[in-house]
Design a protein around this ligand. Structure first.
Ligand code: SF4
Ligand code: SF4
Length: 88
């Protein structure tokens, strides 16, 4: 099945690094939510290249991003429809 990136928001928000957002090759895909202080993925734009996983794991040493089957992405509908994560 096609896989896309999913960010562990609780883990990511413990820092203010944003590093992965500089390397995603797709525009407006790996974004930063100023309110929640976390990166998030616009699932309708992610091409599943995995670059962000390597950046977070190997360079940032945080391991906040994993690739998951597109059907298993939490809050996928809202993210796909609006391009932003669900409100808390
Ligand atoms: S590299 Fe990791 S810790 Fe840094 S913003 Fe991206 S997901 Fe968050
Ligand atoms: S898997 Fe690739 S396209 Fe998707 S968010 Fe990560 S870097 Fe961007």
């Amino acid at each position: 099945m096609y896989k896309i990136a999913q960010v562990d928001a609780a883990k990511c928000s413990a820092t203010n690094c944003r590093l992965c957002t500089l390397y995603c090759p797709e525009p407006n895909t790996l974004l930063y939510d100023e309110k929640r202080k976390t990166t998030f993925v616009a699932i309708d734009r992610c091409k599943g290249c995995g670059a962000c996983v390597r950046i977070c794991t190997d360079i940032a040493k945080r391991s906040c991003i994993k690739m998951v089957p597109v059907g298993d992405v939490q809050n996928g509908f809202e993210m796909s429809k609006y391009g932003f994560p669900n409100k808390e």
